[in-house]
Design a protein around this ligand. Structure first.
Ligand code: NAD
Ligand code: MG
Length: 416
């Protein structure tokens, strides 16, 4: 499929996924002239010099830059020498505006945490193609996202490497699933028209993080620096801590539940420290299909942008002149209690995802500030989750209310 125009808005352009996306867009602009690729808009939270640096690196610089932090917005008067070269929008509303802009064809949702929710939902509501890195949107509002996709016809392509892997292993089953129907329901038949088989299990792989081989006692004393030292991926701070607690896998279980619309008990986790098998799908006959490649986020980002086309990428392929060990081992829910939370919340649905996500974001912040211990993160999340009264079909505003409540609850628990 070749579009006459491919204007991409990269929300969270200054982050780890954002800069990798800029790299992919530069590569595509050079190697796929028919694709008409262009980073049309880019956002960063408060660092204008960093944002303009990314913009300046693009052969065809973005039309619009957004500085999303309300504080940065207050002090921005438009006369900044850096800003005068660009059309700069400020504040969170500017994110939503650009996500819905008719000038934008694809939105890469790469803001970290709940802060990415409104702009991602706006892009889905406006029927854009969305490259979804911001897994928190699916955790907080998965059912709502499905409803919106069915109405708007938005295509949601996973950027998270595990979900991209599963999407690739599922082939037509996944795309049929994401299809919308005239009656507004999603394609949820067990036997889609194209006869692609329904999966029996989605098997998410997990690197196990930096504490995979640590004892419980040692984990309890882990410092922020220990937890930030991820063995296979270089990522932003929040997701690095999430990987150390394995809350990242918990969020990914919930993300998979809503993205592929399968029940929680169809999802499993296998620890794979080399991060080469990005995830797997098991079918009824016992056959398991895996997607493999050396760890490099540019590959799932590019696939989300170019799907269904596969184009040469910058990611190095598996090297046939070296040996690889591919280890698979069971996940340890004892040392990593966040994993059980992921399955429970995926099963519960309703308000549980919003509460878990907010409690975790707040607890990760407190841990990074040296205010709580590493093991307090998952324990605090469980407490807050158990203290909330579950609701089956919450509105978006109710979920946002519970998001605020859960953060206060975490503070209250740890200030005692
Ligand atoms: P990061 O911390 O490196 O970057 C975050 C981006 O969001 C930055 O551009 C920052 O300016 C912006 N931002 C921060 N707070 C904001 C706020 N309140 N409002 C608006 N913008 C804000 O994070 P990352 O590692 O790139 O992760 C981004 C998202 O992608 C997360 O949801 C993460 O779970 C997901 N993800 C990341 C990776 C990875 O390899 N880094 C892999 C899979 C999924
Ligand atoms: Mg992932």
């Amino acid at each position: 499929m070749t579009l006459n125009r491919n204007h991409v808005a990269v929300l969270g352009a200054t982050g780890s996924i954002g800069t990798a996306t800029a790299d992919v867009l530069q590569h595509l602009a050079k190697t796929d002239p028919d694709g008409n690729w262009r980073m049309w808009a880019a956002s960063g939270h408060q660092n204008l010099p960093e944002l303009t640096k990314i913009a300046a690196q693009m052969d065809s610089p973005p039309q619009r830059l957004i500085l999303s932090s309300p504080e940065a917005a207050k002090s921005f008067d438009g006369t900044d020498a850096l800003a005068s070269k660009y059309d700069v929008g400020v504040g969170t509303n500017a994110l939503v505006d650009v996500a819905m802009s008719p000038e934008v064809d694809t939105v890469v949702a790469a803001i970290v945490g709940r802060a990415g929710l409104e702009s991602t939902l706006a892009a889905i509501d406006a029927g854009k193609r969305v490259g979804l890195a911001n897994k928190e949107t699916m955790v907080v509002a998965g059912p709502l996202v499905r409803q919106m996709m069915a109405k708007s016809g938005s295509e949601l392509l996973p950027v998270d490497s595990e979900h991209s892997a599963i999407f690739q292993c599922l082939g037509n089953w996944a795309s049929t699933r994401a299809d919308t129907r005239a009656d507004g329901t999603s394609g949820d038949s067990d036997a889609p028209a194209n006869h692609a088989p329904k999966p029996r299990k989605l098997i998410l792989t997990a690197s196990g993080g930096p504490f995979r081989e640590w004892s419980s006692d040692r984990i309890a004393d882990a410092s922020p620096a220990d937890a930030l030292a991820h063995p296979t991926w270089e990522m932003g701070r929040k997701i690095s801590i999430d990987s150390a607690t394995m809350m990242n896998k918990a969020l990914e279980i919930i993300e998979a539940r809503w993205l592929f619309d399968l029940p929680a008990d169809a999802i499993e986790v296998f620890v794979h420290p080399q991060s080469i098998i990005h995830s797997m799908v098991e079918f009824d006959d016992g056959s398991v299909i895996a997607q493999m490649s050396p760890p490099d986020m540019r590959l799932p980002i590019q696939f989300a942008l170019t799907y269904p086309r596969r184009l040469p990428s910058q990611s190095p392929p598996l090297c046939r002149k070296q040996s690889y060990d591919l280890t698979l081992e069971p996940a340890d829910h004892g040392r990593f209690p966040a994993l059980s939370l992921g399955f429970e919340v995926a099963k519960a649905g309703g308000t549980a995802g919003a509460v878990l996500n907010a409690a975790n974001e707040r607890a990760v912040g407190l841990f990074l500030d040296g205010k709580i211990r590493f093991t307090d993160i998952a324990a605090g999340c469980r407490d807050v989750l158990e203290n909330h009264t579950h609701e089956e079909n919450p509105s978006l505003s109710r979920m946002l209310e519970l998001d605020r409540w859960a953060r206060v609850e975490v503070d209250r628990r740890f200030s005692q």
